[in-house]
Design a binder for this molecule. Structure first.
Ligand code: GRF
Length: 212
């Protein structure tokens, strides 16, 4: 079985990257991480990649003259490692529309809420969990979706709910949400690599799931 090459884009701790690496290390998993690219030089995610001997790169936007030249460098690395699927796993930069069009339905993102709630340009990191708690909702969760030109608005692949508990802090909630992120992100990679995903309009159908 030829495994699908994936490129994981990160900016921080990389616990989602770790979850993907752990799943891809299973013999029957249909994808492998062929490269990791970080927008930050100090990201712990880079150390995780090195530990598993995955070629990794820090490509900081501030080292380039423009968004286009920064993205050009990322594209070069993705081509070098023959990446077929890009996974944004805690990547804190927004990719341009022209980049997204080059990889149509081949970029996915994990977001720490149930989209379309608590998402968009201003909702990232701990801000999401703080907003969830302040709003008083009792349920939140995580979403894996395709990346399109509009931030956090692409077709949803998988979602999983998490209960917001009384006295939760953004930190305790984040921890619980991360646990489900670590389940659904590798699972979405598997479904894509096994060609089980079909996008119809803004809807994703999973080919094995038969509706009765
Ligand atoms: C995750 O909560 C992810 O959803 C968000 O940033 C966090 C990254 O965590 N976009 P990690 O770097 O994978 O540990």
């Amino acid at each position: 079985m030829k495994k699908m090459n994936i490129g994981v884009l990160v900016s921080g701790n990389g616990s989602n990257l770790q979850a993907i690496i752990d799943r891809t290390n299973e013999k029957s998993f249909p994808a492998k991480v062929s490269t990791v690219i970080s927008s930050k030089a100090q990201a712990y995610a880079l150390q995780r990649a090195q530990k598993h001997e995955i070629p990794c790169y820090a490509v900081r936007k501030k080292d380039f003259d423009s968004q286009a030249s920064w993205e050009q460098r990322i594209l070069q690395i993705l081509h070098k490692h023959d990446v077929k699927l890009i996974v944004l796993a805690g990547f804190n930069k927004i990719l341009s529309a022209s980049f997204v069009r080059k990889y149509r339905w081949r970029i996915i993102n994990i977001h720490p809420s149930l989209i379309p709630a608590f998402c968009g340009k201003h909702f990232y990191g701990m801000k999401v969990h703080k907003a969830v708690i302040d709003s008083g909702v009792k349920i939140t969760g995580a979403t894996v979706h395709f990346v399109t030109e509009k931030v956090d608005a692409g077709p949803i692949i998988l979602q999983k709910a998490v209960q917001v508990k009384d006295y939760d802090t953004p930190e305790t909630l984040c921890e619980r949400v991360l646990r489900v992120e670590h389940e659904i992100l590798p699972e979405a990679v598997r479904l894509i690599a096994e060609e089980k995903i079909e996008v119809v309009g803004n809807r994703v159908n999973i080919k094995t799931e038969v509706c009765v």
